[in-house]
Design a protein around this ligand. Structure first.
Ligand code: ADP
Ligand code: MG
Length: 638
């Protein structure tokens, strides 16, 4: 039989290998910026279009390349950074594999302009799909400019696999920030679709963090410093009160290279133990300098993971250094220089005392008592009680949530055409029963006839228990309310008519430039659900109207969660923007586990859940309720 093995042509091999190096526009950004850093640049500019899908250009004022080097740089395994295998153990550069440019050129249109320092003229090279199409002498500034256009033009499957512009932009910004944070002595700029996203002058570490994450960051930072034989540690952690519900800024750099390390992350967490609320995440920017011979950065192709010789020691040093800093900060609040009280306001809610819900025992539920309460509180709360959707409730602050719940649902009785709570409850369940083909129809038809309403009972401030003819239903209050809100928001986005409340005084909030860039992308959808945004620029967002269903005090929390969710690609970026937005909002606004609900609220929640299109699952695809039949119970009693 004939031999069948062949060597792949270079361009095919390059294309295959490119898959490992270049997963998305952000990978190109990382490689190009790192090359510029390695070239000794003091100024680096990133220009991107369509989140890098159409164009990624990096311009530096570094060493530049000779005409021969310029040509060679696109060859696989062509590098000026290591000569022998031993060099791998004392790396001082970002790159060393010599594959990035070859990989990028294999799957995009690339134009490089480069001139060595002190040379009269430079070189221009154009590459397409790994082949050189043009090389000429050119007039160009000292340094290098590499423009990568039409990424994955020859691998459509790969191109189609890219996420939305907004997700890809997020990745690009992440890579940009990581390198910029590691090198504050270099001036960085970033432009996206003609907008100036970052302009970071050469400065120090602290200033760089502040320039990237917004001026309000300064007062949050606590310096961390430790010098030992094995490790030189510096950087900052956020003060405990700035811990976030979602993972925010968490950065490790080892020898000025961004890395991820779950193990060291754990060291930080343990230093914060007892200082931050459960389920919140501390922010940190930590720079570790270690002897390069004691680390192996070579274990991961995209090089964000790292292997240390002596992880245990690093863990211990890190933990104690952070603890020490936090301790000092407690007795020495002078570290808060540049305090600007005005900037604190958006985060106000975090510092407010935590509301401890009182246990509500409703042993003898009396519907008329509720009505009484309505009469007392209803008059002032009336206008806020039941607006727009079936599920909105109002509140002037988080702490008042419980009271709001009450006022909301007892407010039902205020409707002139409904003399008591029951009739409106009944109307709602009638609606449900009248909808055809729903899985819940059976559930409701099942209800014991002749009952004026149904009894609900809140179990452990977590579940709502209610009876049906065949047994009982146990509803997870948080998930159920998520479902209700999720459908409500989706509806508003689709029909584009929502009730907005005009604010007397606009709310002005501050975010980092990249976060406001993200909000810009979401602006339209936010407006569909009732936000009125007057200004969205730089670090500032000015809100003049908010959805009727939320309260002013919730705005900053909602937006913060939204930003975090979109950054983390939660819940799943394959869904549409509206879907993700609705999910994020429902997650933030849904009644929590642990919140007591009065009987009227419980009933409305039950009714609203079963009026949903998909009552059985939460927006995050978790079950919202279970049923236990009398038969099931009887089996248990055997
Ligand atoms: P590596 O960075 O791993 O060496 P690359 O493919 O990224 O591999 O780059 C190949 C070579 O091209 C580098 O080693 C360097 O000599 C040269 N080079 C790449 N980008 C630049 C730049 N911006 N300025 C100067 N030289 C560069
Ligand atoms: Mg490189």
């Amino acid at each position: 039989m004939a031999d069948i093995i062949q060597l792949l042509p270079d361009h095919v091999a390059n294309q295959i290998a490119a898959g490992e190096v270049v997963q998305r526009p952000a990978s190109v950004v990382k490689e190009l910026i790192e090359n510029a850093v390695d070239a000794g640049a003091t100024e680096i500019k990133l220009i991107a279009k369509d989140s890098g899908k159409t164009l990624i250009q990096v311009v530096d004022n570094g060493g530049g390349m000779s005409p021969t080097d310029a040509r060679l740089s696109f060859e696989r395994h062509a590098t000026s950074k290591i000569r022998a295998a031993e060099d791998l153990f004392r790396l001082g550069t970002k790159g060393f594999r010599g594959e990035a440019l070859a990989s990028i050129a294999a799957i995009a249109h690339v134009e490089m302009n480069t001139r060595q320092q002190g040379e009269e003229v430079g070189t221009r090279i154009r590459m397409e799909g790994g082949k050189i199409v043009d090389q000429e002498v050119t007039v160009t500034p000292e340094g290098t400019s590499i423009a990568v256009k039409n990424l994955f033009f020859n691998i459509p499957a790969r191109r189609n696999f890219l996420k939305s512009n907004q997700v890809e932009l997020r990745h690009v910004i992440d890579e940009f920030q990581r390198v910029a944070l590691a090198h504050p002595d270099i001036q960085f700029e970033m432009y996206h679709n003609g907008n100036d996203l970052f302009s970071l002058p050469a400065s120090n570490y602290r200033q760089r963090v502040v320039n990237i994450f917004g001026s309000k960051t300064n007062e949050k930072l606590v310096p961390v410093e430790e010098n030992t034989e094995v490790l030189k540690l510096s950087g900052f952690v956020y003060k405990p009160q700035h811990a976030r519900k979602s993972r925010g800024e968490q950065f490790f750099f080892v020898n000025n290279r961004f890395i991820k390390s779950p193990y060291l992350h754990h060291a930080v967490l343990s230093a914060f133990e007892g200082l931050i609320k459960e389920q919140t995440h501390p922010g940190y920017f930590l720079y570790l300098d270690v002897d390069p011979t004691t680390v192996d950065i070579n274990i991961h192709p995209t090089k964000t993971e790292i292997k240390f010789d002596d992880e245990h020691t690093l863990y211990a040093i890190l933990r104690s250094a952070i603890k020490h800093s936090l301790g000092q900060f407690n007795i020495a609040p002078v570290l808060d220089f540049d305090k600007d009280a005005g900037l604190e306001t958006p985060y106000d809610y975090k510092d407010k005392p935590i509301h401890v819900p009182t246990i509500e025992v409703d042993s003898d539920f009396n519907p008329f008592r509720d009505e009484e309460e309505t009469k007392i509180s209803g008059s002032e709360k009336k206008e806020t009680a039941y607006r727009g959707g079936k599920t909105s409730w109002q509140g002037s602050s988080r702490q008042e949530k419980r009271a709001d719940w009450e006022s909301l649902y007892v407010g039902l009785g205020d409707k002139p055409d409904s003399p008591d709570n029951f009739s409106s409850v009944e109307i709602e369940s009638d609606e449900v029963a009248g909808t055809e083909g729903k899985p819940t129809e059976r559930l409701f038809d099942d209800r014991e006839s002749g009952e004026p309403s149904f009894n609900t009972y809140q179990l452990h401030k977590k579940y709502i228990v209610t009876t049906i003819k065949s047994g009982m239903v146990i509803i997870d209050q948080h998930r159920a309310h998520q479902r209700v809100l999720y459908e409500q928001f989706l509806r508003q986005m689709t029909v584009k008519e929502s009730i907005s409340q005009q604010l007397l005084f606009p709310i002005v909030l501050h975010y980092s430039p990249s976060d406001t860039a993200l909000l810009k992308e979401l602006r339209e959808t936010l407006e569909f659900i009732g936000f009125a945004i007057a200004k969205l620029q730089g670090e500032e967002i000015e809100i003049t109207g908010i959805p009727a269903s939320i309260s002013e005090s919730e705005v900053s929390m909602i937006l913060e969660q939204l930003i975090a969710d979109f950054k983390d690609e939660i819940p799943d970026s394959s869904f549409s923007q509206s879907d993700r937005l609705a999910k994020s909002l429902s997650k933030t606004l849904a009644v929590r586990t642990g919140e007591p609900l009065n009987v009227a609220s419980q009933e409305v929640l039950v009714n609203n859940l079963f009026a949903c299109k998909e009552p059985t699952r939460s927006p995050f695809n978790r079950p919202t309720y279970i049923t236990i039949t009398v038969e099931d119970l009887e089996k248990k009693f055997l």
